[in-house]
Write a protein that binds this ligand. Structure first.
Ligand SMILES: Cc1cc2nc3c(=O)[nH]c(=O)nc-3n(C[C@H](O)[C@H](O)[C@H](O)COP(=O)(O)O)c2cc1C
Ligand SMILES: Nc1ncnc2c1ncn2[C@@H]1O[C@H](COP(=O)(O)OP(=O)(O)O)[C@@H](O)[C@H]1O
Length: 310
């Protein structure tokens, strides 16, 4: 996949089928649009492309609460690439783009820069100054300018329309089962293992710690059944998300105890997939009590892993 990180970099683009959207989370609805772009492009002998903004457009508007992302940019890119996309346009959303009239966005960017022959987007996609551009405008312009338009209907799972905001809500509620259902994969946090308080090993449960980026959505404090991937191998695991109130005052982080595993992972990349929430995080009266509870949680998690053959 060829990645373009600014409008200026874009040149020598072969005719494209372009999927337009924010695509935060790349949930099942997004995947349907992206897969159709790949399919249509293959059928027509065109290149498939995703056009997305690097920063959430809503975060440039004043007086609105910042949108927290579900996926880190590198994870978003990796998933888009795995779906078979040829070109990824990951463009900063600037004042200039914000002020661009919808028709100019079509002429200058989609047709002018991206060599677009067909566009795919969701039924509620808006673009251009004051979000005046919509599906109707795309259809009108397509007649005059000779490009194809495919509008995706709302994608539903169990009668529920899947959306990034629904998934943000489910992550913040700790409803990991719903997240897996809507994402079509498990919700995950990946990163580099950082040094903690080195207490885990002492109490019999060494953990690999990841910092939490406050700009991202994160699950609520609590204990989760997880799967941890290191070096391409997935291990059954259990994870605490929170501040470890029993042992002190710490920033929220994600710490994972991998079952039947004994390796130093500081500085290594791991991915933690969240399968199910077991309980809320608690402040225990002693480390012994905490340790007893963790032992019980591990028994429950191991039974889950056996049952689900993780
Ligand atoms: C499965 C699991 C459950 C945990 N639950 C709690 C909890 O409810 N309350 C708490 O204060 N700490 C909890 N912890 C965090 C421990 O306090 C922490 O792992 C231990 O102090 C080691 O911290 P360190 O990795 O920074 O050395 C939990 C850890 C694990 C692995
Ligand atoms: N079973 C395991 N699960 C998770 N991490 C483990 C495991 N065994 C060893 N480790 C490694 O041991 C170290 C964690 O030990 P710990 O005493 O909990 O220190 P920390 O405070 O850094 O979490 C990390 O480097 C971690 O990668």
């Amino acid at each position: 996949m060829l990645v373009f990180n600014s409008l200026e970099e874009i040149k020598d683009i072969k005719p494209t089928v372009v999927a337009l959207g924010n695509f935060d989370g790349i949930h099942l609805g997004h995947q349907a649009i992206i897969k159709k772009a790949v399919n249509d492009a293959t059928g027509e002998g065109y290149k498939s492309a995703v056009f997305t903004f690097e920063n959430h457009p809503r975060n440039l508007l004043k007086n609105t609460a910042p949108v927290k992302n579900i996926l880190y940019p590198e994870d978003k890119m990796r998933i888009i690439e795995s779906l078979g996309i040829d070109y990824m346009f990951n463009i900063p959303f600037t004042e200039d783009i914000m002020k661009m009239e919808a028709e100019d966005f079509i002429d200058e960017i989609l047709l002018g820069k991206l060599n677009m022959k067909e566009v795919l987007c969701g039924f509620n996609y808006h673009f251009g100054y004051k979000a005046r551009g919509n599906v109707n405008l795309l259809l009108e312009e397509s007649m005059k300018k000779d490009f194809g338009v495919h509008v995706a209907e709302p994608f539903k799972v169990d009668g529920q329309v899947v959306s990034s905001s629904l998934i943000r809500e489910k992550i913040s509620e700790g409803d990991m089962v719903a997240c897996s259902k809507y994402l079509g994969r498990n919700y995950a946090i990946a990163g580099e293992v950082v040094v903690g308080n080195r207490l885990g090993r002492k109490i019999g449960f060494p953990t690999s710690n990841l910092n939490i980026d406050e700009g991202m959505v994160s699950p609520p404090n609590g204990v989760y059944i997880t799967k941890c991937t290191y070096n391409g191998v997935a291990y059954p695991s259990i994870t605490n998300v929170g501040h470890k109130p029993t042992i002190g005052v710490y920033a929220k982080n994600v710490e994972t105890h991998i079952f039947n595993f004994d390796k130093e992972l500081y500085g290594k990349m791991i991915k933690v997939e969240f399968l199910e929430k077991l309980r809320d995080e608690k402040k225990f009266d002693s480390v012994e009590e905490l340790s007893k509870e963790i032992t019980a949680n591990c028994i429950t998690a191991k039974a889950y892993h056996r049952q689900h053959s993780v």
